[in-house]
Design a protein around this ligand. Structure first.
Ligand code: PAF
Length: 282
């Protein structure tokens, strides 16, 4: 399997090896690959002639130093996981210097307010970092399709906005959340949980499922109170936010409208490890 760590070498390889009408699928990741990532890669393999997977822990999207330092990294293990999938796959593992050319800074974006909700509120600068790296990677790889997991639903909407605003020629594909047996959404950060935390973190998805059930018959404020109450009754998991929002603007749902699609969004801290999840409500 081909592994590139240079922008120019990857770009040149793609230019020289792609025949007319051949398509490139792209799966951007920060490594510590799990089955959720692999499901994106498998989908990309089926839908494209070549697939590029990037593994790059992007410093500009971390507002919290400890989170960046402790982010799980094991490139050799990641490469082994990808290797067996298909010969169509190319891995891109650039350094921060290669990507940022010595200037580790984000571009500032206006994503029409989506960037100020939830993750944007609690992680200042996060979506500028995401927009910056995704734009840079798209410009190197020039994919036809790019695959993003719906666990980071707000990120998915941000990337769609980026494509619209910057007039980029790439099709953004959202893929369903992958869950562990107990319902916990798969995330690279789960590796940092101890066995008890990992087991008990099932309460996050349980709360989301309860929200989905209750949203059919209760107001969004009532659902909010129910979820707050669940988290108030224990001390292991601190609720950072729970928000019911429409899928396009991501602004809080005050009064339900029949014509809108809603989702519940949650962020929880356990022992300084941040977990997020989401569920579609209607
Ligand atoms: O979702 C992620 O892993 C990251 O935010 C992404 C899209 C790879 C950009 O660094």
């Amino acid at each position: 399997m081909l592994v590139f760590d240079s922008n120019l070498k990857l770009k040149t390889f793609l230019e020289q090896n792609l025949r007319l009408n051949q398509s490139v699928g792209f799966v951007p990741t920060m490594g510590a690959l799990h089955d959720g990532h692999l499901s994106l890669v498998k989908k990309a393999i089926v839908e494209n002639d070549l697939v590029v997977i990037s593994i790059f822990v992007n410093p500009t999207q971390f507002n919290n130093k400890e989170d960046l330092i402790k982010y799980p990294k094991d490139i050799q293990k990641d490469i082994q996981k990808i290797e067996s999938l298909s010969s169509k796959v190319i891995v891109f593992t650039p350094s921060a210097d290669e990507i940022y050319q010595g200037k580790i800074e984000s571009q500032h974006f206006n994503f029409d307010g989506i960037e100020n909700q939830m993750e944007g509120k609690f992680r200042p600068g996060h979506f500028d970092g995401v927009g910056t790296i995704v734009k840079k990677l798209f410009s190197i790889i020039q994919p036809n399709k790019a695959y993003f997991g719906e666990k980071d639903f707000q990120q998915l909407q941000i990337v769609k906005k980026l494509v619209e605003k910057e007039n980029l020629n790439v099709n953004i594909i959202g893929c369903p959340v992958f869950r562990e047996k107990n319902g916990l959404a798969m995330s690279s950060r789960n590796e940092r949980l101890n066995p008890a935390e990992r087991k008990n973190a099932a309460m996050i998805y349980r709360a989301l499922k309860m929200a989905k059930k209750e949203f059919k018959v209760k107001s969004s404020k009532q659902v909010l109170d129910l979820v707050l109450n669940v988290f108030n009754q224990q001390t292991q998991f601190q609720l950072e936010y729970f928000q019911i929002a429409d899928e396009t603007q991501l602004s809080p749902c005050i009064r339900k409208s029949k014509h809108k699609k809603y989702r519940a969004f949650i962020a929880v801290l356990v022992n300084n490890i941040r977990l997020i999840d989401t569920i579609s409500l209607n």
